[in-house]
Design a protein around this ligand. Structure first.
Ligand code: PLP
Length: 388
């Protein structure tokens, strides 16, 4: 019997430009070369055993069926409380907080819920790789505005010239992956001012919100009332509690935006797994768990930077997140992907090329390391990098 092969049935791709991500490629190369993986952004250490115990307790207590669509009420209340403690908007947990399957699902559902075909969505490049495909799936048009190369601070003149009456949404991210920059209150103020005459929404990716260093504060879009009114704020327990594999996050937004968001969320995942939500709610009862995160990562950042200081890799500022970027131009003129491949093969350390976060990258010689690693991992990587 003859039948049509799948290849001929698949038709045009909804996402023709999407292939294997650089993170998968570099992680595979790291395994192949036995390199220390400072590429992909995840901790190589475990979470607090109390969190695992809390999830176990929830399972034993029978919290194993569908939770409410928007999330377990205790977790939504804990999220609202955490945001309020940080000076953010007083979100109503019933109508303004939704628990998501990680930040990625929150971002995708927000774009699908609010971007209509033909709408323009501004992204500030370099950026996390899910934004573009989400906009494309919604039928939106991606408008790429570069952050200032080298400092990766927002260029508000460029942003102003990209805003049009067709701008439906601006996606921002602070602390920033990959550059580690953190918006200042003045930058947030300027952003709010630019949007004032527009009807643009803001999708604010704040997954590294609790990793802001040197005494600075996180500049959440929820912390400025006029911005909060037009923003969907996205975060991730995966980042905050060292459980990236659990894929639990949340979206906080005013009720009118949340209503639309939940229409998509309901048919995208419907609900997020129950025992994890109960466990996270119990763990959040002690705010010191997230309040101590900045100091924990700041110490790792400092040790990693001290170790790199004697090398010819030029350290770029790292104000937040768990990423440290370096300029390698004193060592090589190779393009960043080639340099990363050689670094993995010859030096035994995997990193991510900065160009991976752009559609078309400007000329630069910059790579990103992730320092969310055990002390032994960082020490071993530094020993190898110090030989450079
Ligand atoms: C900027 C940014 N946003 C979102 C995510 C995704 O978070 P989650 O794992 O909760 O989906 C990541 C993960 O690397 C990220 O770096």
């Amino acid at each position: 019997m003859s039948f049509e092969p799948a290849d001929s049935l698949v038709g045009g791709s909804r996402l023709p430009a999407v292939g294997t991500t650089i993170f998968t490629v570099m992680s595979a190369l790291a395994v192949k070369c036995n390199a220390i993986n400072l590429g992909q952004g995840f901790p190589d250490f475990d979470c607090d055993p109390a969190l695992v115990a809390a999830v176990g307790e929830a399972m034993k207590a029978g919290h194993n069926q569908y939770p409410p669509m928007a999330g377990v009420p205790a977790l939504r209340a804990a999220v609202a409380d955490k945001i309020a403690r940080l000076g953010g908007r007083a979100y109503d947990p019933d109508t303004e907080i939704t628990i998501t399957a990680g930040a990625t699902q929150g971002l995708l559902s927000a774009v699908l819920a609010l971007v209509h075909p033909g709408d323009e969505v501004i992204v500030l490049e370099p950026c996390y790789d899910s934004y573009g495909p989400a906009i494309t799936l919604a039928g939106g048009r991606i408008v790429r505005v570069p952050l200032t190369p080298g400092t990766w601070r927002p260029d508000f003149d460029l942003l102003a010239s990209a805003l049009t009456p067709r701008t439906r949404m601006v996606i921002v991210n602070t602390p920033h992956n990959p550059s580690g920059t953190v918006w200042t209150p003045a930058e947030r103020e300027r952003f709010a001012e630019l949007l004032r005459p527009t009807r643009a929404l803001v999708l604010s990716d704040e997954v590294y919100e609790h990793m802001v260093f040197d005494g600075a504060a996180h500049t959440s879009c929820s912390g400025l009332p006029e911005l909060a009114e037009r923003s969907l704020v996205v975060s991730s327990f995966g980042k905050t509690f060292h459980v990236t594999g659990w894929k639990v996050g949340y979206v906080a937004a005013p009720a009118a935006l949340t209503r639309e968001f939940r229409k998509v969320h309901q048919f995208n995942v419907f609900t997020v797994n129950t025992p994890m939500q109960h466990g996270l709610a119990a763990f959040l009862a002690d705010p010191s768990h997230w309040q101590s995160l900045a100091a924990f990562y700041e110490a790792k950042r400092d040790r990693f930077r001290d170790g790199l200081a004697p090398t010819r890799l030029k350290l770029l500022p790292c104000e937040g997140s768990y990423f440290q970027c370096v300029d390698y131009s004193a060592l090589s003129d190779e393009p960043d992907l080639a340099f990363c491949e050689r670094l993995a093969k010859e030096v035994g350390v995997a990193a991510i090329p900065m160009s991976a976060f752009y559609e078309t990258a400007p000329e630069m010689r910059v790579i990103r390391f992730c320092f969310a690693k055990r002390e032994e991992t960082l020490a071993a990587a530094l020993e190898r990098l110090q030989a450079l």
